[in-house]
Design a protein around this ligand. Sequence first.
Ligand code: GRF
Length: 201
Amino acid sequence: MKKIKVAVLCSGGGTNLQAIIDFAAQGKLRHGSVELVISDRSDAYALERARQNGIATAVFDKRDIPDRAIRERRMLECLDSFGIELVVLAGFMTVIGKEFVDRYSMRIINIHPALIPSFAGMGMYGLHVHEAALQRGVKITGATVHYVNEVCDGGPIIEQKAVRVRAGDTPETLQKRVMREAEWSILPRSVEKVCKKLSEE
Ligand code: GRF
């Protein structure tokens, strides 16, 4: 069966990438294959995780290519050269532009560490999301996988998972629980779900 070629874009530790790699190793990514990992940071540990698993890597570091449009153009050329059909943003800190979104319309998905529409939109990334949730005093938060469109965190929702906030939680303890209890399960499942859908188109 022809598998959908997937690229995962990361800026940091890559624990969500690892979750996808582990999911695939268990034979659960039946309709997709992770062919490439891209980072905008040459020191991202996600690149090491890719190398450890024999996955091709590419770096488009903003320190080497400060011009965002040029950096994005080079990324698109790289994705094309690998025949990528689905782009997964897993903690990717560069905002992708209109050209990228249009080129991969309904073929980019993102993991957001909150239950969109709560704690989403410009400026809501990483620990800021969990700081805002604790500040608001919500009892339940979680994570969302959604399609990426031109609106920040605005695309159709694919899957969500709730996580209880605990008394005494700090942004760091909450972030870890949301990753462990939600992100690392809904992202790999969503990659398979979208790959299956794309393979049936
Ligand atoms: C995750 O919390 C994800 O929700 C957010 O960035 C973080 C990435 O972590 N978008 P990792 O690089 O996958 O460990």
